[in-house]
Design a protein around this ligand. Structure first.
Ligand code: ZN
Length: 334
C-alpha cells in the first residue's frame, strides 16, 4: 500500500491507534514496511552498514522534528533522496499529536526500559512505549553486526541559551563517541549534556539494551504545526539526509572547541505543592547562576547554587509532587 502524497504523517494521524502491517517497494527498490501505526521500516536493495532509527513526536506537540522526518521520508519515497542504509522511522505518540498535546496521560519519554509495566495503570502511552520497544528490538535484532544509531528528535518547552543540544545517555563507564559528537555538531547541535545515571528515556533504552549510539536531540523551541521557521532546522535536516543517503559520511576530526559540554551536577525534585522557582517562565535553558543564588523554595527548603556556577535546564514547577522539577548542570570537558 502506498501513502497518499508519500505522506507517512498524514497516514499515521488518520490511523492514530493502529495500522495493519503492509509493505510495498518503491521504484528505486526500497522496501517500505508498515509495522504498525507510526512505525515504518525502510530497506534499500543493498543496505549499508548502519541501522538508523529516527524517532519524533514522542512528545506530541513537538512538531518541527515530525515535519523534518515526514519530509525526509517523502523524499526517499519519491526517489529524490537515495536510501543507503536500513531506516526505522518512529512517530512516537500519534494520538497526542492529533490532540496537539505533549502527552495524553503520561510522559511517554519516561516509560522505557520496562517502566511502562511498573506500578499501577495501563494507558495509551504505556502501551505505546511497549510497542516502540518491540519495534526497536525487531529492527536491531534483524542484523546484529550493524552500526546502530538512534536519534530521538525533540523540541524544548522553553528557549535555550544553546538552541540545539543533545542529552547523551548514561554509558555505564563507556567513553562517549567523539565521532558522534562531530556528527551532531554538523547537524548544528553544538551542546552535549552527559547524563550520569540510568533513566527511562527512549534514547537510554536503545543505548543501554542495544549498544546503539543513541541521543535525545533537542532541536529548538516547541511551536505548532506550520509555525516552525524551517530554516532554523536546515542543518539538521540536511545532515540527517546525508546520514541516510551516503554509505560513509565524512566527518571532521574531533574538535572540542566546537562543543559546549555539560554534566549534570544535581537533580532537584519537587517535595511539596508549595514548590516555586525564584525565576520567571522566560528564563532559558542553560541560564547560569552563581554560587549561593537562591533558585527555588519548597516549603521550608531553599535550593541554592552550590558550585561556582550552575545552569538550570528543564525547569518545570508544575510537575507532580515527587517528580523532577529541574536539572542543574555544570561545564565539563573530555
Ligand atoms: Zn520532547
Amino acid at each position: 500500500m502506498m501513502f497518499k502524497d508519500n505522506d507517512i504523517l498524514a497516514f499515521t494521524l488518520a490511523n492514530p491507534v493502529e495500522a495493519l502491517p503492509a509493505q510495498f517497494i518503491t521504484s528505486e527498490g526500497v522496501r517500505v514496511q508498515t509495522w504498525d501505526t507510526g512505525i515504518f521500516c525502510l530497506t534499500p536493495e543493498q543496505p549499508g552498514h548502519k541501522d538508523i532509527i529516527l524517532s519524533c513526536g514522542v512528545h506530541g506537540n513537538e512538531t518541527a522534528p515530525i515535519e523534518i522526518v515526514r519530509d525526509l521520508v517523502k523524499n526517499i519515497l519519491s526517489g529524490e533522496v537515495a536510501l543507503a542504509h536500513r531506516l526505522l522511522v518512529l512517530i512516537g505518540n500519534p494520538p497526542a499529536i492529533n490532540a496537539g498535546k505533549r502527552e495524553l496521560e503520561e510522559n511517554l519519554n519516561r516509560l522505557f526500559s520496562g517502566a511502562h509495566s511498573k506500578g499501577e495503570g495501563n494507558n495509551a502511552e504505556r502501551r505505546r512505549a511497549k510497542q516502540l520497544e518491540a519495534a526497536v528490538a525487531r529492527f536491531y535484532g534483524e542484523r546484529p553486526t550493524a552500526e546502530r544509531l538512534h536519534y530521538d528528535l525533540h523540541t524544548a518547552i522553553r528557549g535555550s541559551r544553546h538552541e540545539k543540544f543533545v542529552v547523551y545517555p548514561f554509558l555505564h563507564g563507556q567513553p562517549p563517541s567523539r565521532e558522534q559528537m562531530m556528527f551532531l555538531a554538523e547537524c548544528g547541535v553544538d551542546t552535549v549534556l552527559f547524563s550520569e545515571s540510568p533513566t527511562t528515556t527512549f534514547s537510554y533504552f536503545s543505548t543501554n539494551e542495544f549498544a546503539a549510539h543513541g541521543f535525545t536531540v533537542e532541536l529548538g523551541k516547541v511551536r505548532p504545526f506550520g509555525e516552525n521557521d524551517m530554516r532554523r532546522f536546515q542543518a539538521a535536516s540536511d545532515t540527517l539526509t546525508k546520514l541516510v543517503s551516503e554509505f560513509s559520511l565524512p566527518l571532521p576530526i574531533y574538535d572540542e572547541s566546537r562543543l559546549n559540554l555539560y554534566r549534570i551536577s544535581r537533580v532537584i525534585n519537587k517535595k511539596t505543592a508549595a514548590f516555586a522557582f525564584t525565576f520567571g517562565d522566560d528564563v532559558e535553558n542553560f541560564t547560569p547562576f552563581k554560587k549561593g543564588h537562591l533558585l527555588a523554595t519548597d516549603a521550608d527548603t531553599e535550593h541554592r547554587v552550590e558550585l561556582e556556577e550552575e545552569a538550570v535546564i528543564f525547569p518545570n514547577a508544575k510537575v507532580a509532587v515527587g517528580q523532577r522539577a529541574c536539572l542543574l548542570v555544570t561545564r565539563t570537558s573530555l
